[in-house]
Write a protein that binds this ligand. Structure first.
Ligand code: AP5
Length: 189
């Protein structure tokens, strides 16, 4: 199973992405987590990415692309994965599609977690990561709407978009996601 988790900051991409990956026995690859690991390791990528992340801006596409390609294609292409937080721009999506197509590993499904702003702000304010100040959360939501929302039409056009209501108890939302993916698997079988 090759799945993308899309959604605004705080919509639950990480929470449900990890559960989907465990259920399907594939790696859960979060670009936010990969970047935070780079910052913790003091790498050059981490040093470049850190100010973008602290502001709630997107890290430049070329840096993200090489990080993701390296994670998913080396030493051998990953046959299955749950990608969380990537792609976030149309150029990222189009470049990823070309790489996946060449490897014969295009996506099975894109899950978009849908939820209102008030709940996003409530969840993230409670969590308290370094980029979870109210001002930065609001900016991250604006960035999501300007740069990532256009991806929904792109994936809808490819017939692989599944919109999921992300409001409710964690277990309920996970069940909605898993049910949608079970339907994809059944159609494919
Ligand atoms: P990233 O780490 O991806 O952050 P994000 O998109 O802002 O998403 P979050 O991790 O805040 O939320 P989430 O949707 O995963 O929700 P979660 O499950 O944690 O990216 C951080 C930064 O890295 C970006 O701003 C950018 O700078 C950079 N970056 C990353 N990818 C990039 C890319 N591709 N291109 C360029 N830049 C990139 O849940 C949130 C909270 O809510 C948790 O506390 C959770 O326990 C709780 N929660 C979840 N579900 C529920 C529920 N149903 N009910 C109640 N609480 C819930």
């Amino acid at each position: 199973m090759r799945v993308l988790m899309l959604g605004a900051p705080g919509s639950g991409k990480g929470t449900h992405g990890a559960r989907v990956a465990a259920r399907h026995g594939v790696p859960h690859v979060s670009t936010g987590e990969l970047l935070r690991e780079q910052i913790a390791a003091g790498s050059e990528l981490g040093r470049i990415a850190q100010p973008y992340m602290e502001r709630g801006d997107l890290v430049p596409d070329h840096l993200i692309l090489s990080m993701v390609v390296d994670r998913l294609m080396n030493p051998v292409p990953a046959a299955g994965y749950v990608l969380d937080g990537f792609p976030r721009t149309l150029p990222q999506a189009k470049a990823a599609y070309e790489v996946a197509l060449a490897a014969g590993l295009t996506l099975d499904a894109v899950v978009c977690l849908e939820i209102g702003h008030d709940e996003l702000i409530r969840r993230l304010s409670r969590r308290g990561r370094v980029d979870d100040t109210t001002e930065t959360i609001v900016h991250r939501i604006d960035v999501y709407e300007a740069q990532t929302l256009p991806l929904l039409d792109y994936y809808d056009g490819r017939g692989i978009l599944h919109r999921i209501d992300a409001l409710g108890a964690v277990d309920e939302v996970t069940a909605r996601v898993l049910n949608a993916l079970d339907r994809v698997a059944a159609e494919r079988a």
